[in-house]
Design a protein around this ligand. Structure first.
Ligand code: PNS
Length: 162
């Protein structure tokens, strides 16, 4: 049984994340999408909202499961018996940050391997931050995020505008 973990903030999930999840789900028996509960960040969506959006968006892949973690990723990967951590690489600019995390994680847990999947070209410009900015100022995010996220973003910013 080869089980992998795909960690992130997912605030919110984008079609770029889904591209990685869909492809990784074909490579492993089980894929755990792990949402970080990070007390140092103030996310737009609560962990519960992010979990709900993820669960709906990954429903088509029966071997993908969504979990929330806090603390060190490697501790959670060990707890869930995941030997592989998956991360997406969009551009060369991601490389430095991602290799730093991968090397720190290997120092902490040498038995866990990080593998990188190259994001599909059509999502190479996409991240959660730009999605939030577009939605905040009334732009259309339909092609960038799953339908549930588009809906939740509209609700969130409608409330903020009052
Ligand atoms: O989507 P993100 O915010 O780029 O994901 C970053 C994440 C969650 C993978 C990373 O911040 C993480 O694993 N945090 C948990 C704390 C940890 O393990 N730190 C040590 C490695 S830097």
């Amino acid at each position: 049984m080869l089980r992998a973990m795909y960690p992130g903030s997912f605030d919110p999930i984008t079609n770029g994340h889904l591209d990685i999840i869909g492809r990784a789900s074909t490579m492993f028996d089980q894929l755990i999408v792990a949402i970080l509960r990070n007390p140092n960040k103030s996310p737009l969506f609560t962990v519960e909202e992010r979990r709900e959006m993820l669960c709906q968006s990954v429903a088509e892949w029966p071997n993908v499961q969504v979990e929330v973690f806090h603390g060190l990723l490697v501790n959670f990967a060990r707890e869930k018996e995941c030997r592989i951590v998956v991360r997406g690489l969009r551009a060369i600019s991601d490389y430095e940050y991602e290799t730093q995390i991968a090397l720190i994680n290997r120092k902490l847990a040498p038995e866990i391997e990080t593998i990188f999947l190259t994001t599909s070209a059509q999502f190479s410009y996409l991240n959660s931050t730009v999605v939030k900015e577009i939605a905040q100022f009334g732009g259309c995010v339909r092609e960038l995020v799953p339908p549930i996220v588009e809906k939740k973003l509209k609700e969130k910013f409608k409330k903020e505008r009052g």
